[in-house]
Design a protein around this ligand. Structure first.
Ligand SMILES: Nc1ncnc2c1ncn2[C@@H]1O[C@H](COP(=O)(O)OP(=O)(O)OP(=O)(O)O)[C@@H](O)[C@H]1O
Length: 691
């Protein structure tokens, strides 16, 4: 039996009466007095956009994978300049989830024309006295909490804020004074991002009892198609490095060298937020008028892996919280014609975002979506038209001063609402199968219970009814038993696979442990045998280098045993033989000569007779010796200490003990003076004799 297929949700197509493209809106007859001198701008045209119905509850339950892009609009309070401009007035009315834009009339009364838009949510934040006023917390609960829920289920999630400069995007996303430690957590001002992060850690502390949770964050901005890491350590004077985007064959686009940071607490994460915001603020000040032209993207990756016997293995989700650049037209010139011409060419990323949203909204199969035309859309490809549950927050001003921009934002947001994304839980296909079978079994069990309850209650049921009920009941029972069998099979297969992979892992671990032990013993050997092993910092393969050193060390060991023989032979024949890891020195004090030999040459002579070998050496007159090396000095001093040790008198010979102690002290002083003078070009060493 196959599983009943998930019912896919198809949004209702937009109905645009008399409208074929967004540029062809007809001019409403009702508008008077507001016509600008250069013709009818788009914003004064009639707007009648019927937006698709959002997924119903039933759809949501069955189809956790297909969902419309959810769109919310927030209206901020009027600012000082909007309050003081003569003729400026509020043009926004809200009715439930509907926004009505009223055009100003000449006689200062407002008349409502049919500029009506429907959204999933509307937040009225204009005046706090209004009973429907939406605070920061309300916006978070409506938009942020569902994203967090989705992220914990293993879905990718994205929220992006769109609107003209100063319309309240950053206020909604991050909050007021987002660089300040106290404000970022303030109940009144804290925005969606800090609230999201606080709630994330609140929930993970409970979740950590049953599974391992990892949280990684990154924060970057895109300005003029260049990516800057906001969490990379940087100084104000050094130029910021632009990062590149590359495409991974399976993981998709990624930013090369973007720093990601593992965080274990909200406080840790908050520090990163503040650092990122400050870095953004620094850059904005440097760019001055371009402050609102960068997009900032804060990403949180959540990994969850459950412990051994549980079949819900591991999930990973990525949450992107995006504060887009201001969408206003470039007002560098007062020439209105120029302004119109410049149109939306304010920001390549925003322009491409618009194109992508239009193309996605058309919902045509094989429709080309120009993601690659800008860095922002390339990076947000999955969030916009793929594996992500995405929401958009459009922010507007209530003032008539920004009518054009407000209508443009509202249209854009309306269009985005028609995008349908197909999100899936980021898990292994096997985990997915088990999860689906489980929910199917649960559904059938509930159905069976329902039937059983009903049949036990209804005594007055007619024969025909009871017959058909029995058939249905039998059908459910068969389906249930088949699903249960399948689930059992899948679980057994999972367990077997788990055991197999665990076995392989354990084997690999044992191998690694063995190798580690081998390596450790080699390193210990190295430390014992020679103090002078020096690993080059320029060689990348440490193990290879270690092998080389050890090979030469092995050779040295052979050589060392032969050197020991030489040393013994020398002491028997009145010569002093000393050596370190590099050189062998033999001093013939009787004849006043010595010889120095690099040890690496010795292996060639290892089979020679010692007397013959010494005969082949080149001897130097002792008087022509330049200077002792430090290790030679230490070695000679050690020999003296050893000799002195042999001379140690018995404890009862008091005078001798005193003399011995003085001799010892003198030798120590001599040693200190000698070593302190080593390296200096002096021929005499001064020290006080013990009196
Ligand atoms: N809902 C709100 N309640 C109170 N003040 C708000 C609200 N939204 C925005 N503001 C205020 O309006 C001003 C502009 O807001 P904000 O900086 O968030 O705009 P923006 O859209 O992010 O601008 P830009 O695109 O230039 O970055 C700020 O002083 C902010 O405090």
């Amino acid at each position: 039996m196959s599983l009943s297929p998930l019912k896919s949700y198809t949004p209702r197509k937009r109905v645009l009466p008399n409208i074929t493209t967004p540029g062809q809106y007809s001019t409403p007859k009702t508008v008077r007095g507001a016509q600008p001198a250069f013709g009818t701008p788009e914003c004064f045209s009639k707007v009648l956009l019927e937006t698709p119905k959002s997924s119903t509850k039933r759809d949501k339950e069955k189809c956790d994978e297909e969902c419309n892009l959810r769109v919310a609009v927030r209206i901020r309070p009027r600012n000082i300049s909007e309050l003081t401009i003569v003729g400026s007035e509020d043009i926004i009315r809200v009715k439930d989830k509907q926004i009505i834009v009223c055009l100003p009339k000449n006689n200062h009364q407002t008349v409502c024309v049919d500029h009506t838009f429907n959204y999933d949510y509307v937040f009225w934040s204009v005046d706090e006295t209004n009973p429907f006023y939406s605070k920061q917390e309300d916006v978070f609960v409506t938009l942020g909490v569902p994203l967090l829920n989705s992220a914990f289920k293993g879905f990718n999630a994205c929220l992006f804020a769109y609107g003209q400069t100063g319309s309240g995007k950053s206020y909604s996303m991050m909050g007021k004074n987002m660089c300040e430690l106290n404000d970022i957590d303030s109940e009144d001002f804290s925005g969606i991002i800090p609230r999201f992060c606080r709630e994330l850690f609140k929930r993970t502390s409970d979740l950590r009892k049953e599974c391992t949770v990892s949280i990684e964050v990154s924060y970057f901005e895109i300005y003029n198609e260049k990516i800057h890491d906001l969490l990379a350590s940087q100084t104000q004077t050094a130029p910021r490095i632009a990062l590149k985007v590359r495409e991974h064959p399976t993981l998709g686009p990624y930013i090369v060298d973007l720093t990601t940071h593992t965080v274990n607490s909200y406080n840790e994460l908050r520090n990163f937020l503040i650092v990122g915001n400050k870095n953004r603020a620094v850059a904005s000040t440097a760019m001055n008028e371009f402050s609102s032209r960068s997009h900032s993207i804060f990403t949180i990756e959540i990994g969850q892996s459950k412990t051994l016997n549980d079949t819900d293995n591991s999930k990973r989700s990525k949450v992107s919280l995006v504060d887009l650049a201001g969408s206003e037209r470039l007002g560098s010139t007062n020439n209105k014609e120029d302004r119109m011409k410049q149109g939306v060419y304010i920001n390549k990323s925003l322009l491409t975002l618009g194109k992508c949203i239009s193309a996605l909204a058309e919902q045509k199969k094989n429709n080309f979506i120009p993601y690659r035309e800008s860095v922002l859309t390339w990076l947000l490809r999955e969030s916009l038209g793929g594996n992500s549950l995405t929401s958009m927050l459009a922010t507007i001003s209530p003032s008539s001063t920004h009518l054009e921009e407000t209508l443009s934002t509202l249209r854009y947001a309306c269009q985005a609402r028609t995008i349908v994304n197909r999100a899936r839980i980021n898990e292994s296909p096997h985990d997915r199968l088990i999860r689906e079978l489980r929910s199917e079994v649960e559904r059938l069990r509930a159905l069976r219970q329902d039937y059983e309850r009903r049949s036990s209650c209804s005594h007055s049921i007619s024969f025909n009814d009871s017959n058909s009920s029995n058939i249905e009941m039998e059908d459910i029972k068969t389906k249930l038993s088949m699903s249960e069998n399948k689930l059992l099979e899948a679980q057994q297969m999972w367990k077997q696979r788990f055991m197999e992979s665990r076995e392989t892992q354990l084997k690999e671990l044992a191998e690694a442990e063995k190798y580690k032990a081998e390596l450790e013993s080699k390193v210990r050997l190295l430390n014992n045998v020679s103090e002078d092993v020096c690993l080059s910092p320029y060689r990348t393969n440490f193990l290879e280098e270690l092998e080389d050193v050890l090979t030469s060390q092995k050779e040295n060991n052979v050589c060392n045993s032969w050197v020991e023989d030489v040393k013994e032979w020398c002491s028997e024949n009145g010569l002093i033989c000393t050596y370190n890891s590099e050189t062998l020195k033999i001093v013939d004090n009787v004849n006043g000569k010595h010889t120095l030999l690099p040890l690496k040459n010795l292996k060639l002579q290892a089979n020679n007779k010692i007397s013959d070998f010494l005969g082949t050496l080149k001897w130097t007159d002792n008087h022509s010796e330049k200077r002792l090396t430090k290790s030679e000095m230490v070695s000679s001093l050690n020999q003296i200490y050893q000799l002195l040790d042999n001379l140690k008198p018995d404890d009862n010979e008091n005078n001798l003990c005193l003399l011995y102690a003085k001799l010892n002290m003198t030798l120590q002083k001599f040693e200190t003076a000698l070593l302190n003078n080593n390296g200096k070009n002096c021929k005499t060493v001064t020290f006080n004799l013990e009196s």
